[in-house]
Design a protein around this ligand. Structure first.
Ligand code: CA
Length: 529
């Protein structure tokens, strides 16, 4: 019998120094004392017979991040993780056995008509003063974390022309404007061939409207339209369009004399805007000017134990500093909604939260799907059995403070404090939609994703040290040290908070270093014609 992991089990209500004291990796990590399963910590997994100091032994080979039964679980009994039922055992599971995805039946989703509203509103935490970052102040009161020329497009038809112009602007014009970070084309698949008056159309249109006036674009776009498309610039910009037209920063390609003239018109308008942007300088502003969008992608069973709780701690710090922070991804909140509606600051906010869940239930049903469609093969490889387990880990990102407001799909977040901004969970769709409101993005991952956005810095946090080591030039912060006892949630949370302030002041993330900008994909639940 091997004794290589002769350590006490790591449980979060005990000191997290156990592994270090032993000089060994803990056998498993359990989140809540009522849990009857825990996840395996060792990167290489464990073999049958491996036991801890209490004599608890593993019965079979179990890979890292997969679940081990801590006691005998009879068929039909709840399997408990995070102190919550993540499923019902569909066969008897012996203590020490591997609890696989197929061993669990998916429990019913929380009934949205029976949710407690504002019954456990957390008291405000003490204010956190004195934290600042160096940002770019805008005329509309927003603050940019980057100084970028944004070129918005109204329709996919013009995207290759704009991309061509941007390549030339970057090569021939941008080098003369040292204070401007980048030139970004807001290209997308929307704009024509769509039922633009269908109810769902407001979501992509509002998303593109808010992105076009992004804080990192100095809240003022350069616009390239085609002429005949459904999404006319008037619809996108309404009151500011006359200003753009007067400034010659709205270009309609069907008014131009051919391709070269079109590119020339875009380049001239770009030079005008670059001259203005180049005058901007960073200045110290309170951390309250941060607007941080939270997301996870490629999650694993460690996400809810390491990176998401550490991010949740950082979120509490941001809220205490007066910032705006929002979490999203409806399908990854839906199965933990009973833990969130009690935290709504008012019953009205709680009802708004429920309305977003109901809207998405209907949206999925209209496509012949339900919440079980969410976990990916990667999530399952990473030990997540189902959407309930995934959601319970996901909401740890949201920290512990009251939920101050809810933004519907496509709406801009306007409240300070913790907000729920409804989006799909798909990484690039969620990120696109969050761009409407954020000047900083934090992305937690277990399986790993090289994801990035061109408009805002994306801070990537790994759930496991093995991923941070393998992807040493993609992961910005390693939260895996929490599982091995080398760092606490609080330590990684503070590290992340300070890193965000540095990045907001101009420090590059790995995604920025490599120029990784995923395509913008506005969520369009409306019909295509
Ligand atoms: Ca996601």
């Amino acid at each position: 019998m091997t004794v290589q992991k002769k350590c006490s089990a790591l449980v979060f209500d005990r000191p997290l120094t156990t592994a270090l004291e032993c000089g060994l990796i803990p056998l498993f990590v359990r989140v809540h004392e009522s849990d009857n399963v825990a996840i395996i910590v060792a990167p290489e997994g464990v073999a049958p017979g491996v036991h801890d100091a209490t004599g608890f032994a593993v019965r079979e080979s179990i890979p890292q991040s997969h679940k081990v039964a801590l006691a005998r679980i009879l068929s039909g009994e709840p399997v408990v993780r995070y102190g919550q039922t993540i499923g019902l055992a569909n066969r008897t599971l012996e203590a020490g056995s591997w609890v696989r995805e197929d061993d669990l039946s998916l429990p019913a989703a929380p009934n949205l008509d029976e949710m407690p509203l504002s019954t456990a509103v957390p008291a405000p935490l003490p204010a956190l003063d004195g934290y600042t970052f160096d940002g770019f102040k805008n005329a509309d009161g927003s603050v940019g974390t980057r100084n970028i020329l944004g070129i918005t497009t109204t329709v996919q038809c013009v995207a290759p022309t704009v991309d061509y112009a941007v390549r030339r602007i970057k090569a021939e014009v941008l080098p003369r404007f040292q204070n401007v970070d980048d030139v970004v084309a807001v290209t997308h698949g929307y704009g024509c061939g769509i039922a633009i008056n269908a109810p769902g159309a407001a979501i992509p249109i509002n998303t593109l409207k808010h992105i076009s006036t992004h804080a990192n674009f100095a809240a003022r776009p350069l616009v390239v339209s085609l002429g005949c498309e459904k999404l006319q610039p008037t619809r996108l910009f309404e009151s500011i369009l006359p200003v753009l037209t007067e400034e010659n920063t709205s270009i309609r390609l069907q008014d131009e004399r051919g391709f070269a003239a079109s590119v020339s018109a875009i380049m001239q308008a770009a030079e005008k805007r670059l001259t203005e942007l180049n005058r901007r300088r960073r200045e110290a502003v309170p951390a309250s000017h941060l607007s941080v969008g939270l997301q996870c992608g490629g999650s694993d069973a460690f996400s809810g134990v390491t990176c998401n709780p550490a991010l949740g701690f950082a979120v509490d710090l941001l809220v205490r500093a007066g910032a705006s922070v929002f979490f999203s991804e409806v399908t990854e909140v839906r199965d933990a909604i009973h833990l969130l509606t009690p935290r709504a600051i008012t019953p009205t906010v709680g009802r708004k939260l429920l309305a977003e869940m109901k809207w998405y239930d209907k949206y999925l049903a209209s496509g012949g799907a339900d919440r079980s469609a969410n976990p990916t093969p990667g999530n399952k490889r990473g030990g997540l059995a189902n959407i309930v387990e995934k959601a319970l880990g996901s909401v740890a990102k949201a920290g512990t403070t009251a939920i101050m407001d809810v933004a519907s799909q496509g709406q801009k977040v306007t409240s300070k404090g913790l907000v729920f901004a409804a989006t799909p969970a798909s990484d690039f769709i969620c990120g696109t939609q969050q761009l409407a409101s954020m000047n900083m993005h934090v992305f937690t991952t277990g399986e790993g994703s090289p994801y990035g956005l061109s408009l805002v810095p994306v801070v990537k946090v790994s759930s496991r040290t093995a991923l941070a080591e393998k992807w040493h030039d993609l992961i910005d912060v390693d939260a895996g040290r929490i599982a091995t006892g080398e760092a606490t949630i609080e330590q990684v949370g503070w590290e992340l908070f300070r890193f965000m302030l540095d990045v907001a002041s101009g420090r590059s993330t790995w995604a920025e270093h490599w120029g990784l900008g995923n395509a913008l994909v506005p969520f369009n639940p409306g019909p295509v014609t």
